[in-house]
Design a protein around this ligand. Structure first.
Ligand SMILES: [Mn+2]
Length: 397
């Protein structure tokens, strides 16, 4: 009898509740900020809070851009490139795209308004989507690099969903800055190890020609294959420390107007910097933040790039491992997450045609998801800057 007592206590409550429909909690009761709200989504009744549901970047709509939804136009797409078979030290960046998406869940919990930039990138009127991941084989680097180029190209070569509109200062109509005069969408790629930037720049080149690059990284990544990896084979010569060397050799980078930031790697010798110069890059070293500060760094970048179209590549290892430990080749002495975010906001007004964040290897992260959260927040600044500046120019008579 003793064991049945708890059940007897419960019985009256169960009977009282039965049949009273007005006591039922409606499925759609969860309201902002606990329900991800995008315009038109207010009728959703499935679990869709920041901590549940299907995880896309910032809970944006998932569009199968490379598959059955290929006719759906967009303005800015997040796209995963889960490739990590050209790393030199700790592998694992193939899990970067899913990790960064998990780190981005809370991005618009409070609405997504960016206070310093005075913009809400999620409410800018541009169509933002998560296109999922490019199919990438883990068995054949040459094939995988081609898959990444083709996947990125397929999206980049489309026409953007929204028109460019008029210049906010002169009210003149804006003209696209692409080679073919078409207003192309922008893609924010979630890596993957840094090698993916070679196929991404090949894709960028097909639409914009040789491009200025802003590259945040603790490493140069312009190393000659004989110096980085030793180049035992043609395939091994293309890796996450040499892809910029190859991009430069192929003429994908605009020499002299490209720049690295946060550099602090050791070198094989001073010749590495000579080779880096020849690859077309200026350099800002991580320690310069102690002398010229974030504003000095921003000024240097803007001076180098000017008003040219620019591609932005962010290695998570530009941030100090104290803030972002989950990466393939961590280097101490880096910038804080706050400093990198400030510098990125300083790019406001530049024509950033596309961007990436790479080398996020979630297996080495803390339980608090420091690195994937930092990666997502860094991309939030990039997205904010992008939504503020259309990829157009005023044609002067
Ligand atoms: Mn790198």
């Amino acid at each position: 009898m003793f064991f049945y007592l708890p059940l007897l206590f419960l019985l009256p409550f169960v009977l009282a509740h039965d049949g009273h429909d007005e006591d039922q909690i409606p499925l759609g009761y969860v309201r902002f900020p606990y329900q991800a709200t995008y315009p038109g989504d207010n009728e959703a009744v499935t679990a869709d809070s920041v901590f549940s549901g299907i995880t896309t970047f910032a809970k944006l709509p998932w569009v199968q851009c490379l598959g059955r939804d290929r006719d759906t136009a967009f303005d800015i797409a997040f796209l995963g490139a889960p490739f990590d078979t050209a790393t030199s030290y700790r592998p694992g960046a193939r899990f970067g795209p899913s990790g960064i998406r998990a780190g981005s869940r809370r991005l618009n919990l409070y609405g997504g308004y960016n206070v310093p930039l005075e913009v809400n990138p999620f409410m800018s009127g541009l169509k933002l989507v998560d296109c999922g991941d490019i199919p990438v084989t883990p068995y054949d680097n040459k094939f995988a690099i081609k898959q990444i180029e083709n996947g990125h190209k397929q999206l980049l070569q489309r026409t953007a969903a929204s028109s460019l509109g008029n210049d906010s200062l002169t009210s003149q109509p804006l003209v696209p800055i692409s080679l073919d005069g078409v207003n192309h969408p922008r893609i924010i790629t979630l890596g993957g190890d840094h090698t993916i930037v070679l196929p991404l720049l090949r894709s960028i080149h097909s639409v914009y020609g040789p491009i200025s690059v802003i590259h945040f990284d603790s490493h140069l990544d312009t190393w000659k294959p004989s110096v980085f990896g030793g180049a035992p084979s043609e395939q091994a010569a293309i890796n996450h420390g040499t892809y910029f060397y190859w991009a430069s050799q192929e003429g994908l980078i605009k020499n002299g107007s490209s720049i690295h930031g946060a550099i602090r790697t050791t070198l094989s010798g001073p010749a590495d910097y000579v080779n880096d110069d020849e690859s077309g890059f200026q350099r800002i070293e991580a320690r310069e933040i102690d002398t010229i500060g974030t504003s000095g760094i921003i000024a240097k970048i803007r001076e180098t790039v000017g008003d040219r179209p620019v591609y932005l590549s962010i290695d998570i290892d530009s941030i100090d491992p104290a803030f972002a430990p989950a990466t393939g080749t961590p280097e101490t002495g880096g910038w804080s997450t706050r400093e990198l975010r400030t510098i990125l906001r300083g790019l406001d007004g530049l024509h950033i045609v596309s961007a990436d964040i790479v080398e996020v290897a979630p297996a080495y992260d803390t339980n608090a998801e420091l690195t994937t959260m930092a990666a997502a927040d860094v991309l939030y600044e990039v997205l904010s800057v992008m939504t503020k500046t259309p990829l157009g120019k005023v044609v002067k008579d």
